[in-house]
Design a protein around this ligand. Structure first.
Ligand SMILES: Cc1cc2nc3c(=O)[nH]c(=O)nc-3n(C[C@H](O)[C@H](O)[C@H](O)COP(=O)(O)OP(=O)(O)OC[C@H]3O[C@@H](n4cnc5c(N)ncnc54)[C@H](O)[C@@H]3O)c2cc1C
Ligand code: SF4
Length: 526
C-alpha cells in the first residue's frame, strides 16, 4: 500500500515532518541516501567510510558529502539524522531582524517563537556548564573583555547532554565512552558529554541530542519507515499525487525503484532538494512548471574559519564541544558588517590526518585534496595544541546561483553547479575576519588568514542555504511560506533550501522551526 507521505531526507526538515505526521497517524516513508550510523561505526581510522561520493554512492556512501564548486566548497552530512550527525550542536534562534527582510509577510520572529519552543522541547539544548569551561571558551571571554565586546559575548545553546557533576577532562585524550548513561525523554539511551571533541565525526558517548535520538525515534515508534541508502533521483506527478524515483544502493549496486504517495516532502537539504527539482524540471522534464527562481539567492551564510596561534597558551582545540560561545556583531555596528564570532574545534583524528598530510605526498585523490586543503587552513607549522580556530558566520551577499550545467569532466552529463562571486560578500566576511584578527591580537595571538581567501577568495561552508527560496508568488520564489512548490499541490520543500537569505548564525534550529510550522499547517489543512 502507498504511504500517505514520502519524505526525502532525514535532516532537520525531514525529521520534524516525519515525527509530527507519523504521530498524527499518517503512514510515513522516509527515503534517506545515507546509512544508518551507530556509535560503533562512526569513522575514525583512515580507511573508514569518510566520503559520500555523489557520482558513485553505491561504492562510497560515507559520512561527509563535500561538493567542490568553483570558489566554494560545501560540506554536508549523509545518514539517518542528516546534518545533526555531523553538526557542532549549536541550536539557536535567528535574530528577529534577520527575519524582517527577504521573507514573506507571514514569517517573522513572533510567528516562529512557538515553533522554536517546540524544537527546544525535542532537542533539549543546554549551555556549557560553568564547571566544564574549556580553554577556548576562557580565551574567547577574555578576548571579548579586552576588545570592549563583553556585552556581546554569550554562551550558546547546545543540543548536548551535560552531566552537572562533569568536569573538563584531566586525561588526554578524553574517553569517548560515556561514563554515565541515562534514558532520554524519547526512550533512547544516551550518555553525558565526556569532552571527547568529536562532535563533527559522531559522538560515541551519545551525548549529542542528534535527530535519530529524538524526532526520528518518535517517528519510528509511531510507525514511520526509514529506508536508508535510498538516493532519490526525481519526482513525477501521477494522478492526485507523485511517483518518487530512487536508487536503492543498499547492496552495493544501483537498483531503480519507484514509490508513490499523495504528498511528497523534499527535505534533502539546500543542495539535495534543489538538485532533485532541477533534475525533474530540466532533465526528465517531469516538473516543467517549477519556478524560474529555482537556484537563485543561494547563500554560504558567510562562514569563515581563521586559525590563530598563541605562544604560551594551551588551547587543545580537539578537546571539549566544538563550539561553546559567541560574540554577536549581527547588529551591524562594526561599520555595517554583520557577523557572529564563535570558537571552533576539530577532532583529534583530523589533527592526526593533517599532520600526516603534511609529511606525505599524495596529490591526486579526493582525500588528499581535502586533507591538504584542511592542512592549509589549520596549520602553518605551529603546534596545533596552541591553536584557536576562530570560527563564525556573517551576512554574505546571498547572491549565489545554483544551476543545472555541463560537467566539464564528462561533457555528456549535466550536474548541479554553483555560480558564486565573492564581491557582495566582502563586507560581511571581511568584517568577520577582521574581528578574528582583532580578538587574536588582543590576546597576544597571531591570526593566520588562509590564502584560500586572502589570495583566491575561496570559501568553505557547512551552512548552505537557499536554492528553492520561499516567496509570495512563482515570480519571486519556488515555494510558498509553508514550503509548497508553486504549481504542484502536495509537493513540498522543507529544509535549508527554502531560505531566501542568510541569517548569519547557525541555521538548524530555524530550519526545524519552519518545518514545525509547515507540518502543523499540513495537519490542519489536508
Ligand atoms: C561540520 C558541520 C558542523 C555544523 N554545525 C552546525 C551547528 O553547530 N549548528 C547548526 O545550526 N548547524 C550546523 N551545521 C549545519 C547544519 O548541519 C545544516 O544547516 C542542517 O543540517 C541543514 O538541515 P537540512 O534539513 O536543510 O538538511 P540536512 O540536515 O543536510 O538533511 C538532508 C538529508 O537529506 C539527505 N539527502 C540528500 N540528498 C538526497 C537524495 N537525493 N535522496 C535521499 N536523501 C538525500 C542527506 O543525506 C541528509 O540526511 C553544521 C554542518 C556541518 C557540515
Ligand atoms: S565533546 Fe565529545 S562527548 Fe561531548 S558532545 Fe562532542 S563528541 Fe560528544
Amino acid at each position: 500500500m502507498n504511504p500517505d507521505v514520502i519524505i526525502v531526507g532525514s535532516g532537520f526538515g525531514g525529521s520534524v515532518h516525519a515525527c509530527r505526521l507519523a504521530t498524527a497517524g499518517w503512514s510515513v516513508l522516509v527515503l534517506e541516501r545515507g546509512r544508518r550510523w551507530g556509535p560503533q561505526d562512526y569513522p575514525r581510522s583512515p580507511d573508514d567510510a569518510w566520503i559520500y561520493d555523489i557520482d558513485e554512492p553505491e561504492k562510497q556512501n560515507g559520512w561527509l558529502d563535500l561538493r567542490i564548486f568553483d570558489d566554494m566548497w560545501v560540506a554536508t552530512g549523509a545518514g539517518v539524522g542528516g546534518g545533526s550527525l555531523i553538526y557542532a550542536n549549536v541550536s539557536i534562534d535567528a535574530k528577529p531582524e534577520m527575519l524582517n527582510t527577504g521573507w514573506t509577510s507571514q514569517i517573522n520572529a513572533k510567528v516562529l517563537a512557538p515553533y522554536y519552543d517546540r524544537v527546544a522541547d525535542m532537542l533539549k539544548p543546554e549551555k556549557l556548564p560553568d564547571n566544564q569551561l574549556t580553554p577556548r571558551f576562557e580565551l574567547m571571554r577574555e578576548a571579548a573583555q579586552k576588545t570592549g565586546a563583553e556585552d556581546r559575548f554569550r554562551k550558546v545553546d547546545l543540543a548536548v547532554s551535560f552531566d552537572p557533576d562533569g568536569h573538563y577532562p584531566s586525561t588526554r585524550p578524553p574517553s569517548e565512552a560515556a561514563q554515565k548513561t541515562f534514558t532520554n525523554a524519547f526512550g533512547r539511551t544516551q550518555g553525558y558529554c565526556t569532552h571527547a571533541g568529536n562532535c563533527d565525526i559522531g559522538c560515541k558517548a551519545q551525548a549529542k541530542n542528534s535527530l535519530d535520538l529524538n524526532y526520528l525515534a518518535v517517528a519510528e515508534d509511531a510507525g514511520a519507515e526509514i529506508r536508508p541508502l535510498s538516493v532519490v533521483s526525481h519526482i513525477v506527478p501521477e494522478g492526485n499525487g507523485y511517483a518518487v524515483v530512487y536508487h536503492d544502493i543498499s547492496d552495493g549496486s544501483r537498483v531503480e525503484r519507484v514509490v508513490r504517495a499523495p504528498k511528497v516532502i523534499l527535505a534533502a537539504g539546500s543542495l539535495g532538494s534543489t538538485e532533485i527539482l532541477f533534475r525533474s524540471r530540466d532533465h526528465f522534464k517531469t516538473l516543467p512548471d517549477v519556478s524560474a527562481a529555482l537556484g537563485f539567492s543561494w547563500s554560504s551564510n558567510g562562514d569563515f574559519l581563521t586559525p590563530a596561534f598563541y605562544k604560551d597558551r594551551v588551547l587543545s582545540p580537539s578537546i571539549g564541544p566544538t563550539i561553546t560561545a559567541a560574540i554577536d556583531y549581527l547588529d551591524g555596528s562594526d561599520d555595517g558588517a554583520q557577523y557572529f564570532v564563535e570558537d571552533g574545534g576539530f577532532p583529534d583524528v583530523l589533527s592526526n590526518a593533517v599532520r600526516a598530510a603534511k609529511t606525505r605526498s599524495q596529490r591526486f585523490s579526493l582525500r588528499a585534496r581535502i586533507l591538504s586543503r584542511v592542512a592549509s587552513v589549520l596549520s602553518d607549522g605551529d603546534p596545533l595544541e596552541t591553536m584557536m580556530p576562530w570560527f563564525g558566520q556573517s551576512i554574505d551577499g546571498g547572491d549565489g546561483r545554483l544551476y543545472w550545467g555541463r560537467d566539464w569532466l564528462r561533457p555528456w552529463k549535466k550536474r548541479l553547479k554553483l555560480d558564486w562571486n565573492s564581491a557582495r560578500s566582502e563586507r560581511g566576511v571581511g568584517g568577520l575576519i577582521n574581528a578574528h584578527k582583532r580578538l587574536s591580537s588582543a590576546m597576544g595571538g597571531r591570526a593566520s588568514v588562509p590564502p584560500t581567501w586572502g589570495v583566491f577568495r575561496n570559501l568553505v561552508t557547512p551552512h548552505p542555504l537557499g536554492g528553492c527560496k520561499l516567496g509570495a508568488a512563482p515570480s519571486s520564489g519556488v515555494v510558498d511560506h509553508f514550503g509548497e512548490v508553486f504549481g504542484y499541490q502536495g509537493l513540498f520543500v522543507s529544509d535549508g533550501a527554502i531560505f531566501p537569505r542568510p541569517i548569519g548564525l547557525n541555521p538548524s534550529k530555524t530550519i526545524a522551526a519552519l518545518a514545525e510550522r509547515s507540518a502543523e499547517a499540513m495537519l490542519q489543512t489536508h
